[in-house]
Design a protein around this ligand. Structure first.
Ligand code: ATP
Ligand code: ATP
Ligand code: CA
Length: 215
């Protein structure tokens, strides 16, 4: 578990990463060059410090060179993002996550060796497109061409055990769980009989997973 995390840059993205880490019980050191973000986050993080993260001696004073998990959440200043990330990498920090604001920014972060590069705008944008177009309740791309989808069961699979319908063979998806009128999620097995109005969670190749509910 990542129990101690340094979050550099307390804009909207850094703030939500930091607060969610706090909510899950981690210690968070937040660093921002601005007075306002630090004042806003002061009482809500383990520590919040106003400092310029592009300065090596500053990072060392704050113990970032000893950290195990660091998130660089600086976006608009690509220069500050790259300088900070490069310093953190030079300390040998084993897990560096950085936010990219463009494809080029992300490519450079990867080239300098950042372990995890995230593109929040691009990822959420793609997700919204899939949710909207296929009218899904939830859609998560798993990589490797697979997706996890929350949706409703199509008429073709309602009222008979999944095993008899050969859902996996005929539709190319695996139904993992279902939620009926009682509101509880249950594992789906070959014996499960889905009903109109259930919700289901399924995985499969993207095109099959997102079109299954239309069958
Ligand atoms: P978001 O979209 O998450 O709000 P953003 O992509 O617009 O952020 P910025 O606003 O540039 O990115 O940066 C986020 C935070 O990083 C800001 O609060 C900013 O003050 C801080 N920041 C920028 N440069 C530095 C730096 N050199 N050291 C520490 N913090 C910095
Ligand atoms: P198979 O005989 O195809 O290898 P199996 O050993 O899993 O499948 P059963 O559990 O009897 O056999 O299921 C029969 C069929 O029911 C499977 O081929 C599959 O198409 C479908 N099936 C069972 N469980 C699921 C599930 N969770 N999601 C989708 N389809 C399922
Ligand atoms: Ca911005």
């Amino acid at each position: 578990m990542a129990d101690h995390v340094v979050v550099i840059g307390l804009g909207r993205f850094g703030e939500s990463v930091a607060l969610e880490l706090m909510a899950t019980g981690a210690d968070v050191l937040g660093i921002d060059i601005g007075e306002d973000p630090v004042a806003r986050m002061n009482a809500r993080l383990t520590h919040a410090v106003q400092a310029d993260a592009t300065r090596e001696e500053v990072l060392r004073q704050l113990g970032v060179d000893e950290a195990e998990y660091v998130v660089v959440a600086i976006g608009d200043s690509i220069e500050a993002s790259l300088l900070t990330s490069s310093l953190v990498l030079s300390f040998g920090v084993p897990q560096l996550w950085a936010k990219a604001v463009s494809d080029a920014h992300g490519r450079i972060l990867e080239q300098i060796g950042v372990h995890h590069v995230v593109h929040p705008e691009r990822e959420i944008g793609r997700r919204v497109a899939h949710l909207l177009r296929a009218r899904l309740q939830d859609y998560i791309e798993l990589g490797g061409g697979y997706a996890l989808v929350r949706t409703t069961p199509p008429a073709a699979v309602i009222g008979r055990p999944i095993r008899e319908i050969h859902v996996r063979r005929n539709f190319g998806v695996t139904v993992i769980a279902s939620k009926g009128s009682d509101g509880d999620w249950k594992d789906v097995t070959g014996d499960t009989v889905l009903a109109d109005g259930d919700e289901i969670l399924l995985t499969g190749p993207i095109a099959k997973a997102e079109r299954f509910h239309l069958k």
